[in-house]
Ligand binder design. Structure first.
Ligand SMILES: Cc1ncc(COP(=O)(O)O)c(C=O)c1O
Length: 377
């Protein structure tokens, strides 16, 4: 019987997987949080929930985010979601119509492209450099076309790992006002910074422009919780809280929210997050040094400062999809860059994830990859 979304054969080192390892999933924290919450004798957590999300939970979450962001967060500006994927889907449902134009980064999170395709949106890609979205390219595009929204992953981007600096963030917000489009900032890796503090999240710009900042517990606690938040102004959140789906079904995930509230208020979430940062930093360093020692000079890549991914440029003329069958024969896997392109580009890039395996397994995975590259070039 299959339980998890992905089942990895024991002998394969699957560097395509951006999931946490089973050993990092916090059974004990959830057990303690459940025990605490279920002992409160409050059956309301099993009732249809308040549409915007339980007020007590939003208050705890707002305090937690304030501690992390270093700027105040108003609980009234938070809407509880089932995670970033569902938040994107809901925003597309309520703010777009089939055929509408949106802008994304090239490369971008490939599964967001699937969600946009479900909504029949027309997608235009904008280039990313070592500092994230190239704002001049956006300005040039805006002179010709107006999108309903721009989808960006500003911090430790999936797949490139790059982070948009503060000045570009500010400029994006200015442009969104000037040209009247929404910003959907997918900030799922913002709290997973290991080697340097990220610039302020887009959540700190919600009073200055039409900004949705999307967060999730998937990467900082557990993806199976299906819990996240949308941080935006009350005007932007209102259509979400008033939508038909919530009118019928109530707020999203009230039971899990109540448990996670205990995990936040007890300090267990913060403790866990600090542990995750230490473990992922060690894995990042292990993958970085394995890539440098196994494949010196052959590959081009920037060392990420957080998140889960290395984005690797292969030598000119080497097509990543062609290497995949050979890699799988050698019991290693990756995602070819083309999956992250909206226009069939990025053929000589690949993405490696360091979230799922421990340092030794990552080193072995890179060794296998090096063997494939040396024989395949
Ligand atoms: C950029 C990005 N957005 C969203 C998600 C999915 O988030 P959630 O589990 O909150 O739906 C992922 C997961 O890999 C991701 O990398």
């Amino acid at each position: 019987m299959q339980t998890a979304q992905v089942v990895i054969p024991g002998d394969l080192i699957d560097l395509s997987i951006g999931h946490p390892s089973l050993s990092l999933l916090p059974l004990e924290i959830m057990q303690r949080a459940a025990e605490h919450r279920l002992n409160q004798d409050d059956p309301a957590l099993l009732q249809y929930g308040f549409e915007q999300g339980c007020g007590y939970f939003r208050k705890s979450l707002a305090l937690f985010l304030k501690g992390q962001y270093g700027v105040p967060v108003n609980p009234g500006h938070l809407f509880i979601s089932n995670g970033v994927s569902q938040a994107l889907d809901l925003i597309c449902t309520l703010y777009t119509r089939p055929g509408d134009l949106i802008f994304v980064e090239e490369p971008t999170y490939f599964l967001a492209l699937r969600i946009f395709a479900d909504h029949r949106l027309r997608v235009v890609s904008l280039p990313v450099d070592e500092e994230g979205l190239v704002v001049e390219a956006l300005e040039e595009r805006l002179a010709k076309q107006r999108p309903v929204f721009l989808y960006t992953i500003p911090t430790h981007q999936n797949p490139t790992g790059v982070t948009l600096p503060a000045n570009r963030r500010r400029r994006l917000v200015e442009l969104s006002k000037e040209f009247d489009f929404l910003i959907l900032a997918d900030e799922v890796y913002h709290l997973l910074s290991y080697l340097q503090e990220p610039p302020p999240p887009f959540g700190s710009f919600i009073s200055e422009g039409s900004v949705f900042s999307l967060g999730s517990f998937s990467k900082i606690l557990a993806p199976g919780l299906r819990l996240g938040w949308i941080h935006a102004s009350p005007e932007l959140l209102r259509p979400l809280a008033l939508c038909g789906m919530l009118d019928s079904g109530g707020g999203l995930n009230p039971f899990t929210s109540a448990l996670v509230r205990s995990a936040i208020e007890s300090g267990l979430l913060l403790e866990h997050l600090e542990r995750l940062r230490a473990v992922y930093q060690e894995r990042l360093v292990a993958m970085n040094s394995a890539l440098r020692s196994e494949l010196p000079g052959l590959l081009r890549f920037n060392e990420p400062r957080g998140g889960f991914f290395f984005w690797i440029a292969l030598p000119e003329g080497v097509h990543a999809p062609d290497l995949l069958p050979k890699a799988q024969e050698c019991r290693v896997n990756f995602i070819p860059g083309i999956r992250f392109s909206n226009c069939g580009g990025l053929g000589n890039y690949l993405r490696l994830s360091f979230s799922y395996y421990d340092s030794e397994e990552l080193q072995e995975g890179v060794r296998r990859l090096a063997q494939v590259l040396r024989t395949g070039l």
